[in-house]
Design a protein around this ligand. Structure first.
Ligand code: ZN
Length: 272
């Protein structure tokens, strides 16, 4: 298994897992050394191999040893190598993502639930806010992400990287981690393998100044206000007025960021 695939498989489980299940993977030790995986004590329970009851037995500490109780076999001690647990180191993952995408506005932090903010990448044409959410497979995952991101500052695009699942959330773009980055072990960390603008479906800026998805609407709004003498002198005041007009005219649509509107106001005023 590739390092990124192994990391995603463990991160997707969202809890500690038995190290013994992965110890034979060649990159397992390297992921631990690099800190993408971390030791997490012992697993909570294991299937009992001692009887026919097919029960899941809780791991307990008894008489100075780790083991579990079975109705037939009594206390069964187990070797540490069987029950040692690891989990994905999420703070390390989000910090490494912020590095890989060279987020200028870095603010890696967990938000509510399992949603983490990685940071923001800003270019002339748009800004892209990046988030990590381990799983995007169920309606519950999608609802959690929507609720958390609704409280985030506005950006042109919101990109959610997931370890597993590509359930799309309205107004955002979900991409599997392995489509966005490669993982090189021996301390090398994540390497970006995709252009963020491609991932979110943003229009590329070309020499003719390709408009982004708001370009045409904003340009005509700004021009209208200028020719009718309604435009405010202040760039900020004008951007605010244009933005409220945009929201009024496009009620169902996700509005552009204030900074993007301000950029358009500047460009049109200076005749660029
Ligand atoms: Zn048993």
């Amino acid at each position: 298994m590739q390092p990124i695939a192994l990391l995603c498989e463990i991160a997707a489980q969202g809890r500690k897992v038995a190290a013994s299940a992965y110890i034979d993977e060649p990159c397992f030790e390297a992921l631990l050394t690099d800190g993408f995986l971390e030791a997490a004590g012992v697993i909570q329970s294991m299937p009992c191999p001692n009887c026919d009851a097919l029960h899941d037995a809780e791991i307990v500490h008894h008489d100075g040893r780790d083991g579990y109780f079975c109705a037939e076999a009594g206390f069964v001690p187990v070797d540490m190598s069987e029950i040692a647990a690891v989990r994905a180191n999420v703070p390390k993952i989000i910090a490494a993502l912020a590095d890989a995408f060279e987020c200028r506005a870095r603010k890696p932090s967990p938000l509510a639930g399992a949603t983490c903010r990685v940071g923001r990448v800003t270019s002339e044409a748009c800004d892209i806010a990046i988030y990590f959410h381990g799983t995007l497979q169920t309606e519950d995952d999608a609802a959690e992400v929507s609720a958390v991101l609704a409280r985030e500052p506005r950006s042109t695009y919101q990109l959610i990287l997931s370890a597993i699942g590509i359930l799309q959330v309205p107004g955002m773009k979900t991409v599997p981690l392995s489509d966005a980055i490669e993982l090189d072990t021996l301390g090398a960390g994540f390497r970006s393998i995709a252009d963020l603008r491609d991932l979110v479906g943003a229009a590329r800026k070309n020499p003719g100044g390709a408009p982004n998805r708001y370009g045409e609407t904003l340009t005509s709004l700004i021009n209208e206000r200028m020719t009718s003498g309604m435009a405010f002198d202040g760039r900020n005041a004008e951007a605010k007025a244009v933005l409220s007009k945009f929201i009024e005219l496009n009620p169902g649509q996700k509005p552009p960021s204030t900074s993007l509107v301000r950029d358009y106001v500047s460009k049109i005023r200076t005749g660029q």
